[in-house]
Design a protein around this ligand. Structure first.
Ligand SMILES: *Cc1c(COP(=O)(O)O)cnc(C)c1O
Length: 400
């Protein structure tokens, strides 16, 4: 079949929830992807901040294959070895005490919300607790996660949503204070807003929120689904702020392509959930956890986090260069390998031009190009990307 035929068939059979780019991807190698026509693309999206270790990673593939031959699934009625190891690794890396495995980031957020509510319920026996979430946040598409996602465009048609959610402005402590009541049980936020436009939290803000939570007995939930797993130059983004949450959610790069997420919590909070409170059939299955274990193993072996610090800084400087050079580039911002380029014009056209030139980029909102490459990307790869982007920006400058 040709690309056109694949796409026609896809559009006949899939529910049309995405305006997909008109390419059909087939295989990957390192930081490059290939479509069914054999065209090569430099990948600066990593399947939306997922594939951290590079494609065709032999040790990762072998670890998965070995687990396939052993055992794929057990359910959570029994223990399995990879899940125990993965839970140990996550608690060690995150400083959290207990983990619950999910199948996605959205489900990790659902679990985090349920845990926060149950913890509050045990404390005061009431059932009208409130959660404060941030404007321009993104936490997922299920009704619970959507309810704390500060984007009315995603929410409107699906109302009524979960009750008891209030919104405040990110990086604005006063705005959070104004939403706190005696019913507030949790505050949820991404330490670096991804979808919402690549906005890193300010250190004083996170410190202020932590302090507020401590004083008022409110739980702090960090959504590290996108900014976690080394992406910002520390294993989890909050670690470089020195502001520890009570509950955190992770997913995306946790399994590097195998669907797996988790929420983790401090002991005192985690013990609020007891048998019967929460569950999942697939979550934490041996296959998914074998992926998690291999991901952490390679992170350590290759010092991925240290690498991100260096290359992330290099990428940021290069993007700052484009900011200086072009009027249509409003701002380059981000941390580590989670960077954005805010433009004065919609980014969609640039993404299409980049695809044409063999570069995969994605957006975050209308006007922002998002750079979330595989974490093994090199400075030479950054140069290659910037050369293509520079070219496109120059063409646009001439045409306007
Ligand atoms: C992607 C994302 C989610 C949702 O994760 P899924 O795996 O798509 O369910 C939640 N929070 C953040 C910050 C994300 O980037």
């Amino acid at each position: 079949m040709t690309t056109k035929e694949y796409i026609e068939e896809a559009e006949q059979h899939l529910i049309h929830t995405y305006n997909r780019y008109q390419i059909v991807l087939e295989k990957g190698e390192g930081v490059y992807l290939y479509d069914v026509d054999g065209k090569k693309y430099l990948d600066f999206a990593a399947g939306i901040a997922v594939f951290a270790l590079g494609y065709g990673n032999k040790e990762y593939n072998d670890a998965l294959k070995a687990q396939v031959d052993k055992l794929l699934h057990t359910s959570n009625l029994y223990y399995n070895v990879p899940a125990v190891e993965a839970a140990k690794k996550i608690t060690k890396q995150s400083g959290m005490d207990r983990v619950f495995f999910t199948n996605s980031g959205t489900e990790a957020i659902e679990g985090a919300i349920k845990l926060a509510r149950k913890y509050a319920y045990i404390k005061d026996n009431s059932t009208d607790h409130e959660i404060i979430a941030m404007n321009h946040s993104f936490h997922g598409r299920s009704i619970g996660a959507l309810s704390v996602t500060g984007n009315s465009k995603y929410q409107e048609a699906f109302k009524p949503l979960m009750g008891g959610v209030k919104f405040a402005d990110f990086n604005n402590l006063e705005s959070i204070k104004a939403q706190i009541t005696e019913k507030t049980c949790a505050i949820i936020m991404e330490p670096v807003q991804g979808e919402g436009g690549l906005y890193p939290a300010k250190k004083e803000f996170l410190e202020g929120v932590r302090d507020l939570c401590d004083k008022k007995g409110i739980l702090l939930i960090f959504d590290e689904v996108q900014c976690g797993m080394g992406r910002t130059g520390s294993m989890f983004a909050w670690q470089q702020y020195g502001v520890k949450p009570d509950i955190m959610a992770m997913a995306k790069a946790l399994g590097c392509g195998v669907p797996v997420g988790a929420f983790a919590a401090k002991e005192e909070v985690a013990k609020a959930l007891v048998p019967g409170d929460h569950g999942t059939t697939y979550g934490g299955n041996p296959f998914a956890c074998a992926a998690v274990n291999e991901v952490f193993r390679q992170f350590e072996e290759k010092n991925i986090v240290g690498h991100v610090k260096v290359v992330g800084e290099y990428l940021h400087k290069a993007l700052k260069g484009l900011e200086k050079k072009y009027d249509i580039v409003k701002e380059a911002r981000g941390i580590g390998l989670m960077q954005g380029l805010e433009l004065t014009i919609p980014a969609g056209d640039i993404i299409l031009k980049a695809l044409d030139k063999g570069l995969i980029l994605i957006t975050a909102g209308q006007n922002i190009i998002r750079f979330v490459p595989p974490l093994v990307i090199t400075e030479a790869n950054v140069d290659e990307m910037v050369a293509i982007l520079d070219n496109i920006l120059a063409e646009i400058k001439v045409s306007i």
